[in-house]
Design a protein around this ligand. Structure first.
Ligand code: MN
Length: 234
């Protein structure tokens, strides 16, 4: 007996494109951990010794960084992490650093929302980070801007404020692992495909937000976002 399927195909997650009606289709969201020295130190790690490591967020956890983003369940310590997001436009495996930037379609400003209490529990227990990093609306992202407008930003201020108070400030020049290095390393672990996003890590100053807080963030030469943490919806 064969069961009949009544499940329609899922919509492809997308992220808006700056000054355009089109949507960039999201395939995977790779994230780099501890990629600014000052943030590695605030998380209790030596920034000079550790190779980069990656984790992923679900593609459909990418939501527009505008309006209201719900406070997730299971946490009382939701943290903001502002990050440069790069969008892959051309796939490849084992990409050389020298060619890596040719694979970038554009850049954006994104937030790696983190249930820090669940992440800390996972670290202590030697368990995966997923419940700390992967949940509904875990990756609010502003519109992607094509490389034709941004170039490849290697320097520039990156910042985040909560209710007007500056919480995170840094400069893209402080990335421990550069964008070409990240792309190359990631592509040696999995084949990158068009539609992949890579969140490149956050500068120091991460901290908690609560429902009602207004998060603003920006990256010089890329863009700015503002959204509110809404009431829990689960
Ligand atoms: Mn992060």
């Amino acid at each position: 007996m064969s069961a009949e399927l009544h499940i329609p195909p899922h919509p492809i997650p997308g992220i808006s494109v700056d000054e355009s009606d089109t949507s960039f289709p999201v395939r995977r969201v790779y994230c780099v951990g501890r990629n600014y020295a000052a943030h590695a130190r605030e998380m209790g790690k030596d920034p000079d010794r550790e190779p980069p490591f990656f984790f992923l967020k679900p593609a459909d956890s990418v939501v527009p960084a505008e309006g209201s983003v719900p406070y997730p369940p299971l946490t009382s310590d939701l943290h903001h992490e502002v990050e440069l997001v790069l969008a892959i436009g051309r796939g490849g495996a084992n990409i050389a650093e020298a060619n890596a930037l040719e694979h970038v379609w554009g850049y954006g400003v994104g937030i790696d929302l983190t249930r820090r209490d669940l992440q800390a529990e996972a670290k202590t227990a030697g368990r995966p980070w997923e419940w700390g990093k992967s949940f509904d609306a875990a990756a609010p992202c502003g519109p992607l801007v094509p490389v034709s407008k941004t170039g490849h930003p290697a320097t520039g201020r990156i910042w985040l404020s909560v209710n007007g108070d500056m919480r995170q400030t840094g400069d893209l020049a402080e990335l421990i692992w550069s964008v070409p290095e990240i792309i190359s390393l990631c592509s040696h672990a999995s084949r990158l495909e068009p539609g992949d996003l890579i969140m490149t890590g956050t500068p120091a100053g991460v901290g908690a937000v609560v429902a009602g807080d207004v998060i603003s963030a920006g990256i010089e030469g890329v863009g700015e976002i503002t959204f509110k943490i809404g009431a829990p919806t689960l």
